[in-house]
Write a new protein. Sequence first.
Length: 243
Amino acid sequence: MSNLNQITSSEISEDNLEEYKKDKLTKNLAKQLTNLQNIFKPLITLVQKDPSKLIALLMPFVIAIVGHLYTSAIKEKEIQTKYIEIATDILKEEPSKYNQNMREWSLNIINHYAPITINKQTRSEFINRGIYRSYNKERLQKLSKSQRLKEQIGYTKGWLKRYNLKVSDFKKALSKAGYFKKDINSEILDQDVIDAVILLQESTLSNPDDIDGICGEICFHKLEQIGVLKEQFYLNYNFPLKH
């Protein structure tokens, strides 16, 4: 027996304290390993005599693991389905500038689980259709010509601010695309600009009822596609559309 085993707690000095702890830890580990060997020794002996018993012994564990993975997959699928249902319900609601962020979130959810990515133009239609197209069209039809022009200019100004775009830059883009023939250097939105927007919408939108003279995101995207406008990012996504 080593001298360390004969040392009592009162006799342990600072010099041999660490050595004593290590010796004690080593003995504890050795004891635990011996216990494990005693536990698994019958199992090892059984498998050595008949290897087929190993399959029988492992099968319950395999079944339990597979069952757990299968259950987890089902739960994950159920969660995905619930999220998609919520997202779909939100998109079924009438679009407005007040639920735009929720519609964006819904599209992100669907996009995450869908096998095909939703392209930019489709996202724009889902998010903004009721804001700058059908919603405005219904309102504009009830207004006089001067009131309608005021609304068209106001909403278009709002979109320009969201794109951090000057009126003159917008005119230049319309001019390069062949829709605007007037002075491109002024910062004034007028009937000539709205007429150019209508021409742009007529060449872009498939539904005539959507043509309202308000240049929304789809029209900006069209100008980006044909290369007359650099792709922009909103400075403030919640900036009001009407100036």
